[in-house]
Unconditional design. Structure first.
Length: 263
């Protein structure tokens, strides 16, 4: 790549009690084939060795920068803090337990520059808590807009890259969950579409203990987004929620069948 095509990419990473995985996450950024990045890690008052681990990396590589919140505030505040301290033209999101493949940034940046787009995402593969890969890969449609995302969020946060100079400064809404989803909705509501790079470039780690319980909570939070955040009327909320439920059920069945075949 020529110099003019090697802009700084800011990696946005919130962290809370991540001592078991944060070193792997950082290593997956250090091994990127694209070198012009900075990693902004915001610790949300961890009670374990997260800060100590990150500080050691910070001392070795100036591209890694640690910030600490004074009170436990959640992922939205942590990500917003990281974005406020980011210097890159582009921002990419990576949570403290997820991983990137080495060519993730290079391939995605090239994709965005060639297509002249401001918002992109890629496929990702799911893995167990111990890092074992599952036979479950996300989809990456050619592009999705606001109404597509209201029916079903196909975008994995760990795969997103955004051109901040094009879209402008935006903050995530301060809610404990679904803040990334609302962020995608906000961008697409502005008229931008999210373009998918149909290649697996990231690994999403599943660390939830109670799957059924989390699904019920997720459904309630999805309804909250429709009614409170997006201010949809009852009929439209039911319409979107019906799509959300049906697509979610289909995906759940698909992933279970894939895991059984693998076993």
């Amino acid at each position: 790549m020529k110099e003019r095509k090697t802009p700084l990419i800011s990696v946005i990473t919130p962290a809370y009690n991540a001592e078991n995985f944060i070193h792997e996450t950082i290593e997956s950024v250090l091994t990127q084939t694209y070198p012009n990045w900075e990693m902004i890690i915001v610790d949300d008052c961890s009670k374990d060795r997260t800060r100590e681990i990150v500080k050691k990396y910070e001392e070795k590589d100036s591209r890694i920068k640690l910030f600490q919140l004074e009170t436990n505030s959640g992922s939205a505040v942590a990500r917003n803090t990281a974005m406020k301290n980011a210097n890159g033209k582009y921002i990419a999101f990576l949570d403290s337990d997820d991983l990137w493949y080495p060519e993730k940034l290079e391939k995605q940046l090239q994709f965005m520059q060639e297509k002249h787009i401001a918002f992109s995402f890629t496929k990702y593969i799911r893995m167990e808590e111990d890092g074992t890969l599952r036979n479950a890969i996300s989809k990456a449609p050619a592009s999705v807009g606001y109404h597509d995302l209201m029916k079903h969020c196909v975008i994995g946060c760990l795969t997103v890259m955004v051109d901040r100079e094009e879209i402008g400064p935006l903050e995530m809404v301060n809610i404990r969950t679904r803040q990334d989803y609302v962020y995608w909705l906000t961008i697409t509501k502005m008229g931008y579409r999210a373009y998918g790079l149909s290649e697996v470039l990231a690994k999403y780690r599943s660390v939830d203990n109670s799957i059924s319980s989390n699904k019920l909570k997720a459904a309630k939070r999805q309804w909250y987004v429709y009614r409170v955040i997006e201010k949809q009327n009852l009929i439209k909320s039911i319409y979107y929620f019906a799509h959300y439920a049906v697509i979610g059920l289909k995906n759940s069945i698909k992933y279970r069948m894939a895991d059984r075949k693998e076993a």
